[in-house]
Structures are given as C-alpha cells and as structure tokens.
Design a protein around this ligand. Structure first.
Ligand SMILES: Cc1cc2nc3c(=O)[nH]c(=O)nc-3n(C[C@H](O)[C@H](O)[C@H](O)COP(=O)(O)OP(=O)(O)OC[C@H]3O[C@@H](n4cnc5c(N)ncnc54)[C@H](O)[C@@H]3O)c2cc1C
Length: 369
C-alpha cells in the first residue's frame, strides 16, 4: 500500500495542487506557453487538453488520463467510497512510472490498487493519487519447465478469472482454488487470496516489483512471507530500495509467476465447476460487497460460523447488512455509506468478542478518511 496523509492544500484537488510549484501553476487558462515551461511538461510531456480551474482530467500523449475528484464507489466492489483527489489507470509500466514520479515530485501520496474487490473507501474519500492497475493486463506467458510442469507468469492487472480460464484451456492444475475469486493477480498476491483448498502463494515462485530507482526487481518466494490473507516482505536487504516512500507503504507488484502442474483439461474444468457451484450456493450473489469481511481466526471456528452463532445474520445499520447467506459477508443493500459498514463491523466484532472471547480482525482493507 502506498498511501499516507497529504498536505492540506491537496484537499481541494485541482491542477495547481498536482503541480504545486507556483511558477508552473496552471490557473484557469489554456495558455500553452506557460504550460511549455512547466516542469511536469518537461518531465512527462503531458498533453493537457483541458486546462482550467474547472479541469476534470488531464491526458497524457499515450491517452492515459489523470482524473480529478473521482468517486471511489465507481471502482470498488462495495460500490461505496468518497472521491479520490486524483485517479489514473496506467496501461504500461512506463505510464505507471510517469505517475509515480509525478506524484513523488509533487509530494502527493499514492495508493496502488487492482479491481477494488477487497477495499472499503471511507466517505470523505482518499487524499492523493489512486492508481488502479486493471489496464496492465493480458500479459500471460507460459514456459515449459519439464514434462510435468510449466511456469505461468501474469502481469499484475490480469483478472484472476482470465487466468483461471487460461489454466483450464491449457489443462494446468493448482489454480482451481481461485475459481470465483474476483480481482487482479496483483491484488490476489498482496492479499494472499485463497479458499479452503488453497491460496495463491501455494504455487507462487516469484514476483516482480518496482524499486525506488524505477527498476524492476525480482523477489523469489523465499523473500516473501505469506500468512492468512496477507503478504509480508521478509527480505529487508532485498526491499530496502523498493519504492517505499512512506513508512506504511508497500512495493508495487508488477507481475507474478507460478509453478503449475500439467494435468488433464476435463479434470481441471470439472474441479473449477464444482467450486463455482459451491460458491453460488454458499455466498450472496450479485450484491455489492468485498467478500469475507473478517479473517478466519488462527484456530477454532471460522469467522462466518462465529458471527452466525452470535445471531448476527441480517443485522443492519442503514443499508449495510450482515448477509443471511454467509455471515462473514457484509453487503451493501443499495445506499450504504462507509460509516454504515464500519459501524456494523464494530457491532459484529464487539458481539463476537463478548460471546466467544474471540477478537476478529478485518480482512477488508479500509482506506481514506
Ligand atoms: C464477491 C467476492 C468474493 C470474494 N471471494 C474471495 C475468496 O474466496 N477468497 C479471497 O481470498 N478473497 C475473496 N474476495 C476478496 C478479493 O476478491 C481478493 O482479495 C482479491 O484478490 C483482491 O484483488 P483486487 O485486485 O480487487 O485488489 P484490491 O481490492 O484492489 O486491493 C487489495 C489490496 O492489495 C493492494 N494491491 C492491489 N494490487 C496491488 C499491486 N499490484 N501492488 C501492490 N499492492 C496492490 C491494494 O492497495 C489493497 O491493499 C472476494 C471479494 C468479493 C467481492
């Protein structure tokens, strides 16, 4: 995660805030001469189509946009969240680097996300630049290792479902666990996404990340510590130069590689179908949510079982409700605010603790203010 608080002047986002150097301030004008002098143009050759104090977006020559004041409810599966000051979806590592460099040069905090299926954004939004990697996708490579194995590599923005389809088509095993998990490969690795039959870390061999010199570094499995729905970077020397600008930040994952067994296409497909069917019968379908809200405790009953035993199914705060179908899902019935969800999850935590002395911790990442 690469987010921290922003200077006060960024609270009302506008183009001047993104480029706070006064010499280059772009104030309600489309004067190209002043633009040509701007540091940002020198650095990034941005072709700004709409320059005014009312600008809503800025467009790079490649077509990539930085949009201003973007409601995060559009980009999270909860369909909740106030505006991000700046929002962009780079389509390549080069565009991602341009954005990170521009943010850093202007002391603007940045947050990298995937599809937003595990994030709750608070109602006042996110101060800084949110970068979604969903357009950095479709780069799936498969390399034969021996008669029984391949290494499959996918860029961070690749949708997990697309990867699942590819493994089915090619009869590759070890990815069935991911059947029905939404989101991107990068998000899945950060969250160590998984189900009862496996997690993404089981077959992971390496990831590529960005370092502060804007070089791509490869970290192998031994440098990564996976636990339940969590990735930690254990190899300090290896990440000392990683792109960590704030103390709570994380490197950006660009690509992940997995060692998969060659198998039988029908068998792989059948196992995928079984899991999808099970998911449909046990989880709410089509409701805005972020999957399981709480992590399962280390031992004993699952979070869902504890919440259900505490009698909390269908408990509501505003339009936030504990799902009747799966008690670990908090769903948005239509107009839930982040505050509704947060109030409800606190009720759930308190009740479960009072009844069973178990402290639940959130799996969903809460962002913003
Ligand atoms: C209906 C539903 C069902 C779900 N079922 C499951 C399930 O069975 N198992 C499970 O584990 N999860 C499940 N989830 C949760 C979610 O889908 C996974 O955690 C998923 O892997 C998140 O991917 P994402 O791209 O949406 O990540 P996001 O939600 O966008 O981000 C998650 C975190 O990862 C960080 N991040 C994302 N991409 C990168 C990157 N490239 N580099 C650095 N940091 C990054 C973000 O900053 C954030 O902290 C479910 C969610 C929904 C809505």
């Amino acid at each position: 995660m690469m987010i921290s608080s922003c200077p006060q002047d960024l609270l009302s986002p506008n183009i001047e805030a993104f480029f706070p150097d006064n010499d280059h301030a772009l104030t309600g004008t489309t004067n190209n001469e002043s633009l040509n002098n701007s540091a940002i143009l020198k650095d990034f050759q941005i072709n700004i189509r709409k320059i005014s104090s009312k600008s809503t977006e800025m467009i790079f020559p490649s077509g990539m946009k930085i949009e201003f004041n973007v409601p995060m409810k559009r980009y999270t599966s909860f369909k909740i969240g106030g505006p991000a000051d700046y929002f962009a979806r780079p389509a390549s590592v080069e565009e991602l680097l341009q954005l990170l460099r521009a943010a850093r040069n202007n002391s603007i905090a940045s947050l990298v996300m995937g599809s937003g299926t595990n994030i709750l954004v608070k109602d006042n939004g996110i101060r800084g630049l949110v970068i979604s990697l969903v357009k950095m996708k479709n780069e799936i490579e498969i390399q034969d290792i021996d008669t029984d194995h391949v290494v499959l590599s996918a860029s961070a923005g690749t949708i997990l479902a697309a990867l699942c389809r590819k493994t089915i088509r090619d009869g590759l095993e070890d990815f069935s666990f991911a059947a029905g998990i939404p989101g991107t490969v990068g998000g899945a690795v950060m969250m160590n996404a998984g189900t009862g039959i496996g997690t993404i870390s089981d077959s992971l061999v390496s990831i590529d990340i960005l370092d502060t010199d804007n070089n791509i570094r490869r970290l192998d499995r031994s440098q990564l510590l996976f636990s339940h729905r969590k990735l930690d970077f254990i190899s300090r020397p290896a990440i000392s130069s990683v792109n960590v600008r704030q103390k709570d930040s994380q490197p950006v994952i660009l690509k992940a590689s997995f060692l998969l067994r060659k198998g039988n296409r029908e068998k792989v497909e059948q196992s995928w179908r079984t899991l999808i069917k099970k998911r449909k019968t046990t989880q709410p379908h089509g409701m805005p949510c972020a999957g399981c809200f709480f992590k399962n405790p280390d031992n004993g009953k699952s979070a869902g079982a504890l919440i259900e035993m505490a009698g909390l199914k269908k408990r509501r705060v505003g339009d936030a409700m504990v799902s009747e179908k799966h008690a670990n899902f908090i769903i948005n019935l239509g107009n839930a605010t982040a505050m509704d969800i947060i109030t409800l999850k606190e009720i759930v935590k308190k009740t479960v603790f009072e009844k069973f002395s178990v402290k639940l911790s959130e799996e969903v990442i809460i962002q913003g203010e």
